[in-house]
Design a protein around this ligand. Sequence first.
Ligand code: UDP
Ligand code: MG
Length: 321
Amino acid sequence: MSDKKSVGILVPCFNEEVVLPQFYSRVQSVIEKIDSIDFHYIFVNDGSSDRTIQLMHEFREKNSRVHIVDLSRNFGKETAMLAGLDYCDYDAVVIMDADLQDPPELLPEMIHWWREGFQDVYAKRKSRAGETWLKKTSSHLYYKILQRVTNVPIQVDVGDFRLLDRQCIEALKMFRECQRYTKGMFSWIGFDKKEILFDRDPRAAGKTKWNYFKLIDLAIEGITGFTIVPLRFASLLGSLLALGALGYMIYIVVKTLIFGVEIPGYASMTSIMLFIGGVQLLFLGVIGEYLGRVFNESKHRPIYLVKEYDGKKIIDQINRN
Ligand code: UDP
Ligand code: MG
């Protein structure tokens, strides 16, 4: 055994056959130049329906440092990352997208800061080439709101591309919630963080797996997973409305006593009723979001299932995690 440090490159993949060969050769050319570190790959196949898994096995045939976690179906990137962390036995891990949007050329810099003692070296995008105006502005706005309503400082323009040392990996593995918002967890765990800047390239090939529904889903996850401010807000708004209604009631009673009964007021009454009804339904929905979370987490189902690890069937799911 050498006392070389080992680093695992964790790559969640869902239908990435078109970029995977390019990804592998580009990462290879970077890590070949760093001989002070033992690099390994942890490819997580997140239920791809194309040739992704075959490609992974082809890499493994050539390179025994390629490891393959083959999930039993598509669980989503957040869960695929947890599976990769569970199967990572190295001194550190670097999480990377398969589409080369996270340039592997940043690895030496990450390793440098890790050696300086930083435990979470994360890459912040300077630019977001190849992303629509709508995606850019909506994500900017979302982070602003999230920052305001949660106690954890969520980093803006930071993805999952980062190097985490063993202590951070073990910390993240303790988060066994099935509705995951990993980005919030990275902030939550703390430890010594170091930010480095990079230009995010457009996807090298293939299509993004995200659509607006998935993004909205993740956005709600981020809020409901890290704060109960919306519930507080419901109580606050409810109290304000009740207080306003009380004031209005006193006004009406006094007015009726002095000036007698007045028939008009149909329009104002209907609009007030509709408004209150709408607010009630909205907050019923908010409560429902949290209740749904409680429901999902209370089932204590396994977060993911592994079909094969390095081509071998996994029977005992529990003891591996
Ligand atoms: N991914 C995954 N499971 C999914 C969706 C995506 O493992 O259900 C992986 C995907 O293969 C890629 C990474 O997550 O390596 C980022 O996905 P994508 O590039 O589609 O997202 P974007 O960069 O557009 O946010
Ligand atoms: Mg991408």
